[in-house]
Design a protein around this ligand. Structure first.
Ligand code: NAD
Length: 354
């Protein structure tokens, strides 16, 4: 049995329990340090999960030699400085989405990792581990859809004024970096970009339709996408819909097309009837599971899988399945949509791949 891997969690708010519970399911992994600017939050998480040490300053956690790796579970703008400091202190890092709130933050994180390349640096996009998303990725990669034509995602959810007032960072450019695109829709934008093989340019528009006086960022956005392959796409997202937490993902090639609603095949159509039957059957078979008590159902079931992969990557000294560099690509897409809307022109993405 290898020595236990010891974890520190930074940010003890809503998502932190999903991380702690995922780590605590694994053999020879201990969560040893909980850190939050708010002492009661750090102490609350520690008491709930039997975590030995707490702090209110991440510098204390970075100086804690008993910590091998950290989960960053704070607001978006704090991810970059925390990840930079964690890597400089020799800790492996798993950072929640969105990896950063600005391009400068993303660049700083990548530079910090280049200085410590032996450390594992992963970005959370747990839905990349969902069985149907993985299946779609394999289908596209092996050319089953033929020449890719279009890829599209629609995300509808409801975030009330109370939600935005509940925390000072939400709905701000400085700390959240946006709203519906960078926080809620980013999961499915990531699935789209990952499956389609990356984005070259975006032309987007965002607006605030129902949250005036509540927040400064967007509640509604759309974008046209040019994928690296030459295929085209669209993104549509709103957090002002009463159709709460619905998403559709559509992938179309000249050999076949798939429309997925909430992870299930809604319409599957292939030139080859045998393939159509197989794809429809696989997509219908996967059951949604809610496997962590701490998680909300729309987080899906895959935090434990991603965290198990991160732990294995640290032990095997390999790259995690979702590298920070790959998670960065999706944030580049989102930030590109904001920029395109402000500048009223297509925005070319920096060279990065999902
Ligand atoms: N993957 C998912 O499905 C999922 C779901 C929810 C949230 N998230 C992400 O998790 C992150 C946190 O979201 P949340 O909803 O838990 O937020 P939250 O506001 O509930 O919790 C964040 C906590 O971080 C603390 N914090 C902020 N800066 C800190 C610092 N420098 N040092 C120590 N503590 C600090 C705050 O005091 C707060 O308690 C965000 O990036 C969010 O997008 C991911």
């Amino acid at each position: 049995m290898s020595a236990p891997l010891r974890i520190g969690v930074i940010g003890c708010g809503i998502i932190a329990p999903a991380h702690v519970e995922s780590y605590q399911r694994l053999e020879s992994v201990e969560v040893v340090h909980a850190c939050d600017l708010v002492e009661e939050k750090a102490r609350g998480l520690a008491a709930r999960y039997g975590i030995g040490r707490t702090s209110t300053d991440a510098a204390e956690l970075f100086a804690d030699d008993s910590v091998d790796a950290v989960s960053i579970c704070t607001d978006h703008a704090s991810h970059a400085p925390l990840a930079e400091a964690a890597l400089a202190a020799g800790k492996h890092v798993l950072c929640e989405k969105a990896l950063a709130a600005t391009t400068e933050g993303l660049d700083r994180m990548m530079a910090a990792h280049q200085r410590r390349p032996a450390l594992v640096f992963g970005g959370v996009f747990q839905h990349r581990f969902d069985a149907n998303i993985q299946y779609l990725k394999r289908l596209v990669d092996r050319g089953a859809l033929g020449t890719l034509l279009t890829g599209a995602v629609q995300v509808r959810c409801l975030r009330t004024p109370e939600y935005y007032r509940s925390d000072t960072w939400r709905g701000t450019w400085a700390e959240e970096g946006g709203a519906v695109l960078i926080n809620q829709a980013i999961h499915f934008i990531d699935a789209l970009c990952w499956i389609m093989g990356g984005v070259r340019a975006v032309a987007g528009a965002y607006t605030n339709r129902t949250h005036h006086g509540v927040m400064e960022t967007e509640d509604t956005a759309t974008a046209s996408v040019r994928f690296a392959s030459g295929a085209l796409g669209t993104i549509e997202a709103t957090c002002s819909s009463h159709m709460d937490w619905e998403y559709t993902l559509s992938l179309h090639g000249h050999e076949g097309g798939i429309d997925l609603r909430r992870g299930k095949g809604l319409k599957v159509s292939f030139r080859d009837p045998a393939r159509e039957e197989e794809v429809a059957r696989v997509l219908a078979a996967e059951e949604d599971e809610k496997v962590i008590d701490a998680g909300r159902s729309y987080y899906g079931a895959s935090h434990p899988t991603q965290i198990a992969d991160f732990v294995d990557a640290v032990r095997a000294r390999r790259a995690p399945f979702v590298t920070a560099a790959s998670a960065r690509h999706t944030v580049d897409v989102v930030l590109g949509i904001y920029r395109s809307s402000r500048e009223d022109r297509w925005h070319e993405l920096p060279p990065s791949t999902p």
